[in-house]
Design a protein around this ligand. Structure first.
Ligand code: BTN
Length: 327
């Protein structure tokens, strides 16, 4: 995104109308250059409205991410755990960017945040819709001196922490769907994608990607599952910088806690928001499908499934509700 585009976004961020002539004069560019930038912004999902006589305005507040604002809202402990913080305009996927940064030797705790992803990745090979300046897309790198087999609860640790950060920002009535989705009712609000790289000597590199829908443009109608966003739930356009800071203040200390104490402290935190307990589910992975009733999670974060004859701990995979209307 070039400097003129940034300046136009800052200028129109207050939601007031400005004519093409006025914008052009301020930026020292032609009206047709202004028009081209507006066209580009519309393509990116920024809701530009053009009114004869009045000029251009954004129909929702558009506020850019600001590294300094985010950093200042972090606790000293979180700041200490983030040795590198990169804010990018656009990337294919923050998880891919972070995987490349690990190869370059970036330290554990490094963080990448972006305004836009061109190939955001979801679980099960899905696409994660990532329109410009609308939502939160971040990934961080964490080095564990543990074997991958000891990390089965990592997804649950992260989603529990993200939920608590959202609740602090008045996004209430959220539930967790094993292994790591955050829902409101039957609609998905946020997701976590973890890439693990097993290393020699029982250590593991992890890239933890988090996506939160904040105010999805109405043009995003291709999402293949029921979804919601913070704007719909709260009727506000929250400051993404504040929400990012809250998420970081929740997940970094949680990672440190998980690293030193394992999953035990997180079992009850998960249970408080578990949206599956008591529901009829099918759990599945490449090897198997298990039907039963979800009965919470075990001491390592595994899903407990009561089948007709026994309780089965299920570690790797996904879940679908057998009655999707069940509340
Ligand atoms: C899911 O399917 O629930 C996981 C979604 C994870 C999306 C986030 S957005 C930031 C990070 N980078 C990606 O490409 N995906 C994750």
């Amino acid at each position: 995104m070039n400097n003129n585009t940034y300046q136009i976004i800052s200028l129109l961020a207050d939601g007031k109308s400005r004519s093409g002539q006025e914008i052009g004069d301020l930026l020292n560019i032609t009206r047709s250059a202004v028009w081209k930038i507006m066209h580009k912004l519309t393509e990116l999902g920024i809701p530009v409205e053009r009114n004869q006589g009045k000029g251009y305005r954004f129909t929702r507040p558009v506020q850019m991410l600001d590294k300094e604002v985010i950093w200042q809202a972090l606790s000293p402990k979180t700041q200490q755990l983030i040795p590198r913080f990169t804010l990018l305009d656009t990337v294919d996927s923050t998880n891919n960017t972070m995987l490349a940064k690990i190869k370059e030797g970036k330290p554990s705790g490094s963080l990448v945040l972006t305004e836009h992803q061109t190939s955001g990745r979801g679980r099960l090979g899905r696409t994660w819709h990532s329109p410009y300046a609308a939502n939160i897309y971040l990934a961080l790198y964490w080095h564990f001196t543990k074997d991958t087999s000891e990390l089965s609860g990592l997804s649950q640790v992260i989603s529990t922490a993200v939920l608590s950060a959202l609740a602090e920002n008045n996004v209430s009535d959220l539930t967790l769907k094993w292994p790591n989705d955050i829902y409101h009712g039957q609609k998905k609000l946020a997701g976590v994608l973890i890439d693990l790289i097993a290393e020699p000597h029982s250590s593991t590199e992890s890239v933890i990607g988090i996506g939160v829908n904040v105010s999805m443009p109405s043009t995003e109608n291709e999402i293949d599952q029921p979804w919601t966003d913070i704007h719909t739930l709260t009727n506000e356009f929250p400051d993404r910088n504040i929400i990012v800071s809250s998420i970081l203040n929740a997940i970094y200390p949680a990672l440190e806690e998980f690293d030193s104490q394992g999953f035990a402290p997180f079992v009850t935190r998960w249970a408080e928001h578990d949206g599956l307990t008591g529901k009829a589910i099918t759990a599945f992975n490449a090897q198997q499908e298990i039907e039963g009733i979800a009965e919470g999670i075990g001491p390592k974060g595994e899903l407990l499934i009561q089948t007709s004859d026994k309780m089965i701990p299920f570690c790797n995979g996904s879940v679908r509700l057998r009655d999707p209307q069940a509340k």
